[in-house]
Design a protein around this ligand. Structure first.
Ligand SMILES: Cc1cc2nc3c(=O)[nH]c(=O)nc-3n(C[C@H](O)[C@H](O)[C@H](O)COP(=O)(O)OP(=O)(O)OC[C@H]3O[C@@H](n4cnc5c(N)ncnc54)[C@H](O)[C@@H]3O)c2cc1C
Ligand SMILES: *[C@@H]1O[C@H](CO)[C@@H](O)[C@H](O)[C@H]1NC(C)=O
Ligand SMILES: *[C@@H]1O[C@H](CO)[C@@H](O)[C@H](O)[C@H]1NC(C)=O
Ligand SMILES: *[C@@H]1O[C@H](CO)[C@@H](O)[C@H](O)[C@H]1NC(C)=O
Ligand SMILES: *[C@@H]1O[C@H](CO)[C@@H](O)[C@H](O)[C@H]1NC(C)=O
Ligand SMILES: *[C@@H]1O[C@H](CO)[C@@H](O)[C@H](O)[C@H]1NC(C)=O
Ligand SMILES: *[C@@H]1O[C@H](CO)[C@@H](O)[C@H](O)[C@H]1NC(C)=O
Ligand SMILES: *[C@@H]1O[C@H](CO)[C@@H](O)[C@H](O)[C@H]1NC(C)=O
Ligand SMILES: *[C@@H]1O[C@H](CO)[C@@H](O)[C@H](O)[C@H]1NC(C)=O
Ligand SMILES: *[C@@H]1O[C@H](CO)[C@@H](O)[C@H](O)[C@H]1NC(C)=O
Length: 629
């Protein structure tokens, strides 16, 4: 593994201020730029905001072939022409029978997608195009996929890409794993910076910064959660990473908040960063920590990815080794051939209330619990994994026993699994897991008081029950990532609603969005939004988690950033006066819009200042559309 080399290499490049790894040692210089002014640095003090629309492929403004190839040679050949992964299965220039067979064969293993430069795990933001197994009438277009990708393995390449995009008025995208659920790592006609291969790691037994003294880890931003578990066991420590194993541990997850099975014990992902290396919109490489570039240090910890710069590595806290045990509890009513007995349905909801009251005990013991509750016409089912860190099996078994007894006392047939290691915390999945899908959902950070005040509790439970009865799937994760458990350095941009919450809840519309007409797509969202409105009404002033959210969340600035929004917007304007970094519903993104032909909120269109006239933008959108297959 490369990380074994790091201690030796570090001695050589320790001269570069702030660099954690060899790939950060060599920076872009004037000599590198030479007469290729397209990759020259920007200057925030004289910056003019980018106006109108970003350059679209096929227009006069788009860089010439010669310029792309000069960029490629400056990059050392790291420029990739972007092709949607499934294009090999469609008629057209990319068709490749053998590659298609490999793809079809491997489609259940997600490594193929993770190692693909452009893939997104949520398909609808691309514009519902180029699906793996084409249904009749479906085609493969470039859609919201980028046009070129920089397969970054050095900071110097990232600096060149940032400068080229800014100087050439290109849409710039940053992709790590492509897990973003609403298209934040996609964009039609864009140059994409792919951070996936920045996987260096170094354990630091004694790290000192500001008031922090203790274990830490230097981490490259391409490391996935499952890869961190190997480092944790090698070094007998724990770092906080996502429970979704293939989620990037240090890209969008940590910058946008980041919850895990340890949220109630150590806080959010954003609470773990001690020092951050970042390429800013002017192309410069800087360190943000408690003593320097403190505005960026604030913003990059919770203020969202794809907004303030391209993060290349971090130093994060390392905690003593911490195990998590889980106990699964389930019950259902009306399953199989049974016709539901009317009274049983009420028993179901009584159990649902008992569980949510018990949630307060879970979080008080630094735990999390999550469940999915589905409705088919004849079945309600409930299942939860109650998870506590650093406890014995006996402790957890005793801990959940009162809940099991209470549920049984109601007359529910409860299935109970004795404690075992949590499925979302530990080395097990080996990088396998999710494959792309196309659904939508909404979310809410329900405040703790909603589970303590009887009136609020009743309103909350009713709002959730009604949404489940409508056919949506509910998923609630109990957590209390307070500032107390987060500890030093604190003062970050994580959504203040996280500090007051006891449950992050999602409402999924598992009906496929694929193949829907624009009208049907919009109507499906309107129905979901109406169910979400009831959740919002039951939790006025609360918020929603930026990384797991509805793209069309009303008043998203308040919902995702709360009272931090004004300060974050100030940092954004100062650090990126061009408006170079853009992704939907990120800080400052209200100044921009992706103009799509079908009017849907996808990334399949040209990015324009909101004041551009619709007609002009429409013409550009048409010209930008290219058929791949
Ligand atoms: C299957 C699945 C499981 C999940 N599990 C969890 C979970 O357990 N806990 C949780 O909190 N969330 C979870 N999420 C949500 C997750 O936090 C978001 O999808 C997150 O945006 C993923 O970040 P990424 O870097 O892996 O993905 P990407 O899609 O590559 O990036 C996400 C965003 O961050 C930006 N970005 C990425 N890298 C950088 C960088 N180096 N510098 C600047 N910007 C960057 C991108 O531009 C984009 O805007 C899950 C999502 C999925 C699909
Ligand atoms: C730019 O510099 C290169 C050498 O680095 C040279 O070959 C090329 O002709 C120069 N181009 C222009 C336009 O000056
Ligand atoms: C709108 O954009 C144009 C450039 O496309 C610019 O000249 C103009 O000032 C902008 N208007 C506003 C209100 O920002
Ligand atoms: C960039 O250069 C490399 C190496 O020469 C080449 O393999 C690759 O195809 C080039 N990329 C593009 C987009 O032309
Ligand atoms: C496809 O799967 C096979 C068998 O598991 C594996 O050997 C191969 O590397 C995979 N190929 C790709 C491109 O993922
Ligand atoms: C990207 O770079 C990595 C690391 O050098 C390499 O292993 C990988 O094959 C490259 N991917 C593509 C698609 O070029
Ligand atoms: C791991 O660390 C814990 C406490 O931090 C310690 O008790 C234990 O002995 C260590 N284990 C090994 C194998 O070093
Ligand atoms: C786990 O619990 C033990 C006993 O209460 C305690 O000594 C230890 O510090 C705890 N470890 C962690 C990582 O919290
Ligand atoms: C379930 O109920 C819906 C209406 O609520 C109905 O359209 C559907 O046909 C029913 N499904 C089954 C399997 O009975
Ligand atoms: C529990 O199981 C028994 C026996 O199968 C059944 O008669 C009863 O209806 C079930 N109760 C509920 C609430 O599902």
């Amino acid at each position: 593994m490369r990380y074994l080399l790091v201690p030796t290499l570090f001695a050589v490049f320790a001269g570069v201020k702030g660099a954690n790894f060899a790939y950060e040692a060599e920076l872009l210089t004037d000599a590198d730029i030479g007469n290729f002014s397209a990759i020259a640095f920007g200057d925030v003090s004289t910056a003019a905001p980018l106006e109108g629309c970003r350059a679209a492929p096929g227009t006069a403004e788009w860089p010439l072939e010669r310029e792309w190839s000069q960029l490629n040679s400056s990059l050392g050949g790291a420029l990739i022409k972007a092709v949607p992964p499934a294009a090999v299965c469609y008629d057209g220039p990319s068709r490749d029978e053998a590659a298609c067979n490999i793809l079809l064969f491997n489609a259940t293993f997600n490594r193929y997608y993770i190692n693909n430069p452009v893939n997104q795990f949520s398909e609808w933001p691309e514009g519902d195009t180029c699906h793996l197994r084409p249904a009749s009438g479906e085609s493969c277009t470039q859609g919201g996929f980028p046009t070129f990708v920089v397969n970054a393995t050095t900071v110097k390449q990232i600096q060149m890409a940032v400068n080229f995009a800014r100087n050439k008025n290109l849409r710039l995208v940053i992709k790590n794993t492509g897990h973003d659920l609403i298209g934040r790592s996609a964009g039609a006609g864009s140059l994409s910076i792919w951070t996936h291969w920045l996987k260096d790691f170094e354990f630091v037994p004694q790290y000192k910064i500001g008031e922090y003294r203790g274990m830490a880890a230097r981490v490259g931003t391409g490391i996935e959660s499952w890869e961190m578990f190997a480092h944790m066991s090698t070094h007998n420590m724990t770092t906080v990473v996502a429970g979704g194993y293939t989620v990037g541990a240090y890209g969008g997850w940590i910058q946008g908040g980041g919850h895990s099975a340890l949220a109630s014990k150590y806080g959010l992902g954003a609470d773990q960063a001690l020092s951050i290396q970042v390429v800013t919109a002017d192309g410069r490489f800087v360190t943000a920590d408690p003593t320097q570039n403190t505005d960026l240090f604030f913003a990059l910890r919770g203020g969202g990815g794809s907004t303030f710069g391209v993060v290349t590595s971090l130093v994060v806290k390392a905690h003593p080794p911490t195990t998590v045990l889980s106990s699964t509890i389930a019950y259902s009513v009306g399953g199989g051939f049974n016709v539901p007995v009317p009274g049983d349905t009420e028993k179901f909801w009584t159990g649902f209330d008992l569980y949510h009251q018990f949630g307060n005990k879970v979080v008080d013991n630094q735990g999390t619990a999550c469940y999915v509750s589905r409705l088919t016409n004849t079945t309600f089912s409930f299942t939860t994994d109650i998870e506590l860190p650093n406890v014995s099996e006996d402790f957890l078994a005793e801990f959940v026993r009162p809940l099991v007894e209470d549920l049984e006392a109601v007359g529910l047939n409860v299935t109970y699994e004795p404690p075992s290691p949590a499925g979302n915390w530990g080395a097990g999945a080996q990088g396998r897991g999710d494959t792309p899908g196309s659904t939508r959902f909404g979310s809410r950070l329900f405040p703790r008081e909603n589970f303590e005040d009887p009136t609020l509790f009743a309103a909350t439970q009713l709002a959730i029950r009604q949404s489940i009865e409508e056919g949506y799937t509910f998923h609630g994760i109990h957590m209390v990532p307070t500032e107390e458990v987060a500890g030093y350095p604190g003062n970050n941009a994580a959504n203040p609603a996280f500090r007051k919450t006891a449950m992050h809840a999602d409402l999924f519309d598992f009906t496929q969005q694929r193949g829907l007409t624009p009208t049907a797509f919009t109507q499906a969202h309107d129905r979901l939004a109406a169910a979400m409105d009831r959740w919002r009404a039951a939790s006025p002033g609360a918020g929603a988690y930026f990384n797991e959210a509805d793209l069309e969340e009303p008043d998203w600035q308040q919902a995702f950033f709360g009272s931090n929004y004004a300060r974050l917007l100030g940092v954004k304007r100062e650090r990126d006066p061009w408006g170079l970094f853009y992704a939907p519903v990120t800080v400052g993104s209200e100044a921009w819009a992706v103009v799509t032909e079908d009017g849907l909120p996808t990334q399949n269109g040209v990015l324009c200042r909101v004041n551009a006239t619709a007609a002009d933008a429409g013409r550009r959108a048409k010209r930008g559309r290219r058929v791949v297959g």
